[in-house]
Design a protein around this ligand. Structure first.
Ligand SMILES: [Zn+2]
Ligand SMILES: [Zn+2]
Length: 249
């Protein structure tokens, strides 16, 4: 199926603008897949995007300010559809999990591709920008999902581990003016998958930690969603979430 790759722009009263994931950048993707074996990625996960759809371009033409105003980027995991826009935010602090980074950092060629990682998408200054989080969080737990990491210490932005789809994947529960919104990245592709506790088709496990771990996190999310029906769930690629939150239907 064809789907969007959502990013979230958040404005915090003290920390300013934050971005959750960075979506596709057409130019950076084309550069990253020029060589073999990386060009195989295009066949595994074809993408269709235009230059004005990059997060940086949309921030400027939809909201009227420059990408450099974004002070923090939270990366859920390092797959190209979440990472490729990162190069447009060289001034930002990048928050990611140490485990997610360690799973891809030294990989090149086929071994990188097996993790869904395109090395050229990682900015050269990444290690200076990055604030890598420990593999176990110790903050207030979420029902069924375990401990969180309170990013700014005020309880407004809480990160939680959602492993399985990718090593050390993290999601973000944000307390917004319109209520709690939970960006679950690729822990599920659709809200329906969470509602019905129905894992994705096997073919999508090509780059994952394995179907058992994918199913385990999905079950936890399903239980969480039942207990917290007030929380708006946003899987990155969910058409229903796109229609509701971006198109306003
Ligand atoms: Zn992914
Ligand atoms: Zn994705």
């Amino acid at each position: 199926m064809r789907c969007h790759a959502l990013v979230a722009l958040l404005e915090h009263p003290v920390a300013g603008f934050l971005l959750f994931d960075t979506g596709y950048s057409q130019r950076r993707m084309q550069e990253a897949i020029r060589q073999f074996p990386y060009r195989l990625y295009r066949h595994a996960a074809p993408f269709f995007t235009t230059p004005d759809e990059s997060a940086a371009a949309q921030i400027s033409h939809r909201f009227g300010f420059a990408a450099r105003a974004v002070r923090t980027v939270i990366l859920s995991h390092f797959h190209p559809d979440h990472l490729s826009g990162l190069g447009d935010f060289p001034q930002a602090r990048v928050v990611a999990s140490r485990e997610a980074y360690a799973a891809i950092a030294d990989r090149r060629g086929v071994s990188a591709l097996a993790r869904g990682f395109l090395p050229d998408l990682l900015p050269s200054g990444f290690t200076d920008q990055a604030d890598l989080l420990p593999s176990g969080f110790t903050g207030k737990p979420l029902p069924h999902l375990g401990p969180t990491h309170d990013l700014l210490g005020d309880g407004l932005l809480r990160l939680v581990y959602l492993p399985g789809h990718a090593h050390g994947q993290i999601g973000l529960l944000a307390a917004t003016h319109s209520g709690p919104v939970f960006f679950v990245a690729d822990a599920a592709y659709t809200r329906r998958s969470i509602r019905e506790n129905r894992p994705p088709h096997r073919v999508t496990n090509l780059f994952t930690e394995g179907e058992d771990r994918v199913a385990e996190t999905l079950r936890r999310l399903h239980d969480f969603a039942r207990e917290r029906p007030d929380v708006v769930l946003v899987p990155t690629h969910c058409p229903e979430a796109f229609e509701e939150l971006v198109n306003g239907k």
